[in-house]
Design a protein around this ligand. Structure first.
Ligand SMILES: [Zn+2]
Length: 466
């Protein structure tokens, strides 16, 4: 129980960073503070409220100054605030406030109730809470700066013109220069589009680089493309029309996208699959190296190329299984082509398009709402704390939505490989494409045999996936 109060005149202080009329509006703060004062038996004699003053701007707070005066002159001997972050904006300000309250023996209370500035514990809590509030404001300032910086970049021709675009000067009605805009460079844009198509079809980054180099294209710095450059390029959301800054998508770009969101998402899913297309320096020359499994230990078979022996696969893990390549390839290729020729082959890896559409809709909705929230904060419609809370929530939603999109991606490796012409298409396909096709369709295991047993097709086990 509270002891009988000796307070004669209680003040209330309320502050809001913008006039948003939400739960923390000034009216609501004053109402709650009044109830708290009543609960404590403190007669309210003065209400101070600063309106529309953001903690981000170093504006004067006239009512706060009046409050300090009232405390100094002991016109009030108690104060109720809604929350400590309404009271002071910086740790130094808080220290001055605590000092004044101690000197003039002002009783203090917050609606939350936990913060009692008259005890050491309460002051510590207040300092910590104050720091948290300040930290949030700083974070928001950074995020907003990024947003504005990004708008500036897009108009100011900052950095290198991206591959696929040409930078065009724009002038306003009076003929004055008004920044730049990126327009499609048709040949490069077509090449990028083809790169996305090849990647989604299972080609390696290395063959994409080769395709670009063979076409006479060079990087912005005039160098030949290598796999990693192409991978980093295709990861850029700008090609799907998104503007990014500091690695985050901040809004819709003003330029024409080169690929659809759908294609971009599929490529992103492929590029983010760990260990899938990691360049090991040498181009894989063998259909099944690292794909076929050892029937003894389950290890991955690797090529074993000697001068006097025909090329073989060998298990580096148990070292007990070696098999010549040529007959294994013959069996595997024959079975795979037969599978590709079957009428239902195209449906093997098709996923439900409904699931993908739903996942994309959810993801786009979250992105749109993040944009709106940032705009509202920029326009002062919401406070830094509200924006921080909303944004945290959106980030979690976005991560979930992106996972869902990735899971629902159809596998396009088999596109163009199936049907009556499968044998011919297989013949023409690159080694990478063939390897991806095998990987997509089946698990290949090379079984051990007794010594001196001649190779037979049964010594290769092919299990269809799903
Ligand atoms: Zn083994």
């Amino acid at each position: 129980m509270e002891p009988v109060s000796s307070v004669k005149a209680c003040g209330i202080y309320a502050r809001i960073s913008s006039d948003d009329g939400t739960a923390l509006g000034v009216g609501r703060q004053i109402e709650d503070c009044t109830r708290e004062a009543e609960r404590r038996g403190w007669p309210v004699s003065a209400v101070f409220s600063d309106n529309d003053v953001s903690a981000m701007k170093a504006k004067k707070r006239p009512e706060y100054e009046r409050l300090l005066d009232a405390m100094e002159t002991q016109a009030i001997d108690a104060l109720v605030v809604y929350d400590i972050d309404r009271l002071t904006r910086t740790p130094a300000e808080l220290e001055r406030f605590i000092d004044l309250a101690n000197r003039r023996d002002t009783a203090l209370a917050s609606v939350g109730g936990e913060v009692d500035l008259s005890t050491p514990q309460g002051r510590l809590t207040a300092r910590i809470k104050g720091d948290v509030a300040r930290h949030e404001v700083e974070q928001m300032s950074r995020r907003l700066k990024r947003k504005f910086q990004a708008s500036a970049d897009e108009g100011q021709a900052h950095g290198v013109t991206p591959f696929g675009y040409r930078r065009q000067r724009i002038v306003d009605d009076a003929g004055r220069p008004a920044g730049f805009r990126d327009v499609l460079e048709p040949a490069e844009a077509d090449a990028i589009r083809e790169c996305y198509r090849m990647l989604v079809a299972g080609e390696s980054l290395r063959s994409l680089a080769k395709y670009l180099n063979d076409g006479g294209f060079r990087t912005g710095r005039g160098n030949a493309f290598v796999g990693n450059t192409v991978g980093n390029m295709l990861r850029k959301p700008r090609y799907a029309g998104h503007r990014t800054h500091g690695g985050e998508i901040v809004s819709k770009g003003l330029w024409e996208p080169i690929v659809t969101q759908d294609t971009f998402d599929q490529a992103a899913a492929i590029l983010s699959t760990p260990g899938r297309r990691v360049s090991r320096g040498l181009e894989p020359k063998h259909l099944l190296s690292g794909i076929a499994l050892c029937g003894r230990c389950g290890g991955k078979m690797r090529p074993n190329i000697g001068k006097r022996r025909p090329p073989s696969y060998a298990c580096p893990d148990c070292t007990k299984l070696t098999r010549q390549m040529a007959p294994v390839h013959e069996v595997v290729e024959g079975v795979i082509v037969a599978r590709l020729s079957m009428p239902d082959a195209a449906a093997v890896t098709a996923k439900k398009p409904d699931a993908l559409r739903a996942a994309l809709t959810t993801r786009d909705a979250v992105l749109a709402r993040m944009d709106t929230a940032a705009d509202e904060y920029a326009q002062g419609v919401s406070t830094a704390r509200q924006f921080a809370r909303i944004n945290e929530n959106f980030k979690a939603q976005l991560a979930g939505a992106e996972r869902a999109v990735m899971m629902a991606q159809p596998n396009r490796v088999l596109e163009g490989m199936t049907g009556a012409g499968a044998a011919q298409m297989w013949e023409n396909a690159s080694i990478e494409r063939k390897r991806e096709t095998v990987r997509t369709l089946a698990t290949v295991t090379i079984l051990p045999t007794g010594p001196g047993v001649r190779f037979a097709p049964e010594h290769v086990r092919i299990e269809w996936k799903s």
